[in-house]
Design a protein around this ligand. Sequence first.
Ligand SMILES: *Cc1c(COP(=O)(O)O)cnc(C)c1O
Length: 407
Amino acid sequence: MTHDGRNFDDVPGAARAQHPQTRAVHPRLTHPTGSTPLGVPIYQGHIFAFDGADEMAAAFEGPRSAFFYGRFGNPTVRALEDAVTDLEGGAGALAAASGMGAINAVLMALLRSGDHVIAQSCLYGGTFALLEDLAARWGVEVSHVSGNDAAEVRDALRPRTRLLILESIANPTTQIADLPALIAAAREAGVTTMVDNTFAPVLCRPIEHGADIVVHSATKYLGGHADILGGVAVFADEVVHHRVWKHALELGAAPDPFAAWLAVRGIATLPLRIARASETALDLARRLDAHPAVTHVAHPGLPGHPQHELARRLMPDGGGAVLSFDLEGGREAGRTFTDSIRLASLAASLGDVSTLVMHPASTSHRQLDAAALAAAGIGEGTVRVAVGLEHPDDLWADLEQALAKTS
Ligand SMILES: *Cc1c(COP(=O)(O)O)cnc(C)c1O
């Protein structure tokens, strides 16, 4: 054991007696004793040495065993998993290299060919595509529900229904899924529920409403600074955690420790960031609602939102930092608006410190015709705003000057 400087104290002169070539690959590492680093250290190393074979054998057993190889676990990645476990009130978590990595690990671990999934129809595009792929190539059957009505879930149940997939806040409609009612309907039938809570970290805690699994794209609010890709799945039950962890080893979706470290650092300010951005989003939603160039505004905090009361129950501290609105001038106005913004950026994604704006009809949803757009709750002139941490007055000045150009 040459990684511990103390061992050389036992053998005076041992280090000096070895050749530089040997010393070069056995650097001394001083482990802190009697003090602990306050910041989480970045363990970039992915191989861990043991004192004996029994200790090493035990490290292969599960997601909470000792570290031995980076794909199975890493102390910095574990810090991220523990942080999100606390955030969501779960029993354990699995971090992945992206949100899709986490979602893929869950679906591939829990589904077999011939199984049936009930999915909310507004699901994130990547999740939707994954389900279509599983259906085409693995014979997984998928039914869609709106997310508003538990009776739809009961009607969709089949003998081989395994999974219900919901999103706490949907994009870009800001629809709120009726988590307690839908999850209860699934639970009565022994069906596992996975909630994608990417849009509402801290604000909504789906495990408190009965969810079995919560997933996050850490790329968004958890990281929070547009500089990492990451994902986390949190489990209410350690048995399910273990099962998905075992599959994740085969999938190879482990995150890089540096990305995990940035996510841990991001989480330190997450509650403050999401609270402020959510407040600003509601403020902007109210101002947009009163603007003549705007025909409709969607934010769960507006009294006119179809699930406003539900949002107040599920997320009493704020309805999220994403809003969308429809421009009077339709598609052309949507393009003009996004071409005209100056302070906010024309960009995909969300959860950054700065505000991101996009026009789904001409970008992310450009393949959809008018009917398909309408079915997804998106208008030709719908603009999505993922609100950041700028002062609301400065953001409003930017939105207002861009709105003026649309009429
Ligand atoms: C971005 C996103 C994902 C996918 O996350 P990646 O980190 O991009 O893989 C999943 N769900 C939602 C709701 C998202 O916004």
